[in-house]
Write a protein that binds this ligand. Structure first.
Ligand SMILES: NC(=O)c1ccc[n+]([C@@H]2O[C@H](COP(=O)([O-])OP(=O)(O)OC[C@H]3O[C@@H](n4cnc5c(N)ncnc54)[C@H](O)[C@@H]3O)[C@@H](O)[C@H]2O)c1
Ligand SMILES: O=C(O)C[C@H](O)C(=O)O
Length: 334
């Protein structure tokens, strides 16, 4: 284990997260998340792990030097897990099999479930009894549900990862919703606010009922809603068709760190969470408005339309079925 920066420039004393572990920290998204956490001094220590140790070291050196340039060296970067085995407050899983997307994030399920099984003991060790686990790897909702099924732990048990400590990053859909509505109206996306819930993929549910423009309720007619829905559901195939050999390395690290900051302050934000405490939804993992409350992700779903409720129910069923199938069909040895 080596350390970059000794944290000699104290800035402020955060309560949460005091420490973060990023698994897959040599990759595009993992390294980007480490960089944002460090540059925004969101935590005291970031532990970086990946198979590619040399790349991890290079990122740690480079980011530590960028911190000096940025004028804030509070966050200490450590290559490797905590040496004494102390759990961290937040484990971020960005490890992934190489992407060869063909328009559907579920194409990565087999390979990434295998990886998740492999990483499960590390994730459990790092999270300990209280840490939160944020999955980034795709398909994020199905993997989060698979993690719950693999952990097999109920929320009141003290060991393992209880489902309300698992979350997935799915904020990008809401950003693309704002962009698509702005395109439809010919306005700047900063003026549009709106949320996408459901599955990060084909089962996404744009909340047209909650759209606003300049803070005022925005009603799109059905043709406009159809065009916007087509626009956002087509995002991943348009992206895949570019064959960029990379995922959304600019948006995602920024969004992840915004989500972490929202968790730290108890602010409501959209994330893939366990639906277990929402009576009207089947047990699953989908994106819902949520906040971190005493170490648990708590749903904060406001009023939505009947059609939106139906969309969420369908997404939840589909995610659970896909996870159950995958857990059964793709054992860890394959
Ligand atoms: N949820 C979202 O909105 C969202 C957004 C962007 C990317 N993603 C997903 O995030 C994942 C990472 O994307 P990326 O572009 O950074 O991919 P990448 O290929 O650049 O990085 C993946 C990293 O995982 C590492 N890795 C593989 N096996 C490992 C293991 N056993 N232990 C530790 N590390 C291991 C690799 O060495 C690599 O550094 C992908 O699954 C991608 O689909 C999700
Ligand atoms: O994984 C990707 O390539 C894209 C990611 O799921 C995203 O929506 O940004």
């Amino acid at each position: 284990m080596t350390e970059e920066n000794s944290g000699e420039t104290p800035v402020h004393s955060p309560t949460w997260p005091g420490s973060v572990a990023v698994i897959g920290a040599a990759g595009l998204i993992g390294a980007g998340v480490v960089e944002r956490l460090a540059m925004e001094a969101v935590t005291d220590t970031v532990y970086m792990t990946d198979l590619r140790d040399n790349v991890l070291h290079a990122h740690a050196i480079d980011i530590a030097e960028a911190q000096i340039l940025g004028g804030n060296t509070r966050t200490k970067l450590v290559v490797g897990p905590p040496a004494d085995g102390t759990p961290v407050d937040l484990v971020i899983v960005a490890a992934s099999a190489p992407e060869s997307p063909d328009g559907d994030r579920r194409d990565f399920l087999r390979a990434n479930l295998k990886l998740l099984r492999l990483l499960l003991p590390d994730i459990q060790r790092l999270a300990g009894e209280h840490g939160a686990v944020m999955l980034l790897s795709n398909p994020v909702d199905v993997l989060a549900e698979a993690l719950r099924q693999l952990s097999g732990i109920s929320p009141d048990q003290l060991s393992g990862i209880s489902p309300d400590r698992i979350l997935g990053y799915s904020l990008n859909d809401s950003i693309r919703f704002r962009a698509a509505v702005a395109r439809e109206l010919g306005v700047s996306p900063e003026r549009v606010a709106g949320l996408v819930l459901g599955e990060h993929g084909d089962g996404q549910v744009p909340l047209f009922s909650g759209l606003t423009l300049d803070g005022e309720t925005l009603n799109l007619d059905s043709d406009q809603q159809t065009r916007v829905t087509t626009d956002i559901t087509g995002w991943f195939s348009r992206w895949s068709a570019l064959k960029p050999g990379r995922s959304s390395g600019w948006t995602t690290p920024l969004g992840v760190v915004q989500a972490v900051k929202a968790m730290a302050t108890g602010e409501i934000h959209p994330a893939t969470i366990w639906t277990g405490s929402v009576d009207s939804l089947p047990d699953s993992f989908i994106s819902l408005p949520t906040r971190l409350e005493q170490g648990r992700m708590v749903p904060a779903l406001g009023p939505i339309s009947e059609a939106e409720k139906e969309g969420l129910t369908e997404a939840a069923k589909s995610v659970t079925a896909a996870a159950a199938r995958a857990v059964q069909d793709f054992p860890g040895t394959q």
